[in-house]
Design a binder for this molecule. Structure first.
Ligand SMILES: Cc1cc2nc3c(=O)[nH]c(=O)nc-3n(C[C@H](O)[C@H](O)[C@H](O)COP(=O)(O)OP(=O)(O)OC[C@H]3O[C@@H](n4cnc5c(N)ncnc54)[C@H](O)[C@@H]3O)c2cc1C
Length: 405
């Protein structure tokens, strides 16, 4: 039997579930279509910034997600050959959300999922969207392959929240402009967290390529070693001992742990990291949010925060479009305009950060300490920090639309 809803959200990640919760609390009938059958899927990104934390707290899901396990981090540090060139103390920001939160994405997803299911949202797990339904010149639903049969979902508006390789975006014929400004791949792995390790998010630069390190729940260090795009294969051909030695050179404080923990290349996951934006974020009957609209490198931990803010910014417009019975791209225009501007600002900052921290050129290496010291004393630095920590502060939850807790 076909399902009918006000909104069909494709993708049960942070963007899709946050939006589903906002819409359901406003009395809309929502179907979420998620291709995974369980919570055992690949997640990337665990660091939440203060702006995202505030919105999730206001939505009533932060405490429950935290109770499932997390770590607070008080500082971000960029350590260049044992010298901290950048040392940002989040505790200096106004409370209560004056910290970075390292929380397994699964904990956030489980909490959001429990909240939408309490509100009667239909969650189709194990359903992969494969077709869009077009009616009267606009998108009017999706077809999703499920475990037993295909399911048709008709809706006033379809929301593509299906991540950076968005199938929905592709089916709608919307092109994606990939920007390889990050120009690095990331080798992602965990090692045990030593007792007394500082509660900081850090990027280390020593010999070799920069490395991101932070404490991950329950008791490990998440390590992201950046390496030149497509450079891993040649290195891996020389075997695990060679790779281990290179990582240990890049991360001297943890050399012993790296040596004892990594035993084979299968302990390491190579990630193709890129950024980019979709050419259009709305069509009649369709709107894109989160990574489906704009994809980010991990630099500055922005993706989940932007995804949550997208959902909050879009919610009142979708409710207005439902009331008006008009899911046209024009009506969703204000969301697209505001968020394109916000995302462009963040992308510019991420490019700056990449160049400043990751560049291997001898000139950059020589200038880096003085430039970092000079910049950290300027008002620009504070402005940049606030943008990264809070995103667009004007984006507020339209709680006046809620008809239920
Ligand atoms: C290495 C790395 C580290 C990162 N670190 C951080 C960080 O610390 N902090 C941060 O804020 N961000 C980080 N990010 C970015 C962050 O992970 C993403 O921006 C965020 O997950 C986007 O959320 P989303 O809901 O838009 O998409 P996703 O989280 O990708 O969710 C999309 C969902 O859609 C589902 N789906 C896909 N296709 C279909 C289909 N055809 N039918 C049905 N369902 C489908 C998927 O299963 C998934 O559940 C990182 C990214 C990378 C690559």
């Amino acid at each position: 039997m076909d399902l009918k809803a006000d909104f069909c959200v494709v993708g049960g990640g942070p963007a899709g579930l946050t939006l589903a919760l906002l819409l359901a609390r406003s009395g809309a009938a929502v179907v979420v279509v998620e291709r995974s059958t369980s919570m055992e899927r690949e997640y990337r990104g665990e660091i939440l910034q203060p702006g995202g934390l505030r919105l999730l707290a206001e939505l009533g899901v932060l405490d429950g997600a935290r109770e499932r396990g997390c770590h607070e981090h008080s500082r971000f540090r960029f350590v260049d050959r044992a010298r901290a060139l950048v040392d940002i103390d989040y505790r200096r920001l106004p409370g209560p959300f004056n910290y970075l939160l390292s929380i397994p994405q699964r904990h956030l997803i489980e909490e959001l999922l429990a909240a939408i299911q309490r509100l009667g949202v239909t969650y189709l797990a194990g359903h992969r969207v494969s077709e869009l339904i077009t009616e009267d010149g606009r998108i009017g639903g999706v077809v999703a392959g499920g475990p037993d049969r295909r399911q048709v979902v008709r809706a006033h508006c379809v929301v593509a929240a299906d991540g950076r390789y968005s199938k929905t975006r592709q089916l709608a014929g919307i092109e994606f402009d990939r920007r390889d400004v990050f120009d690095h791949d990331v080798l992602w792995f965990k090692i045990p967290c030593p007792a007394g390790d500082p509660p900081d998010v850090r990027i280390f630069r020593a010999a070799g390529n920069p490395v991101l390190v932070y404490r991950s729940f329950p008791d490990s260090l998440q390590v992201g070693w950046t390496l030149p795009h497509k450079g891993y294969r040649a290195m891996a051909e020389q075997g695990i001992d060679h790779v281990k030695a290179r990582i240990a050179d890049a991360l001297p404080p943890y050399a012993g742990l790296i040596d004892s923990t990594l035993t084979s290349l299968s302990d390491l996951t190579l990630l193709d990291v890129f950024s980019g934006t979709a050419r259009r974020w709305a069509a009649d009957g369709l709107v894109l949010i989160g990574d489906a609209a704009h994809t980010h490198s991990p630099i500055g931990a922005q993706g989940i925060n932007l995804a949550v803010q997208d959902a909050v910014a879009l919610h009142p417009l979708l409710m207005a479009s439902l009331r008006a019975g008009n899911p046209s791209a024009d009506l969703l225009g204000p969301y697209v305009a505001v968020r394109r501007r916000d995302v462009a600002a963040i992308m510019r900052l991420q490019v700056m950060q990449s160049r400043a921290m990751l560049s291997q050129s001898p000139v950059a290496a020589a200038l880096r300490p003085r430039a970092a010291k000079a910049l950290s004393r300027t008002p620009v630095f504070r402005k940049v920090l606030h943008r990264l920590a809070y995103g667009n502060k004007d984006i507020r939850i339209a709680a006046d639309l809620f008809v239920t807790d």
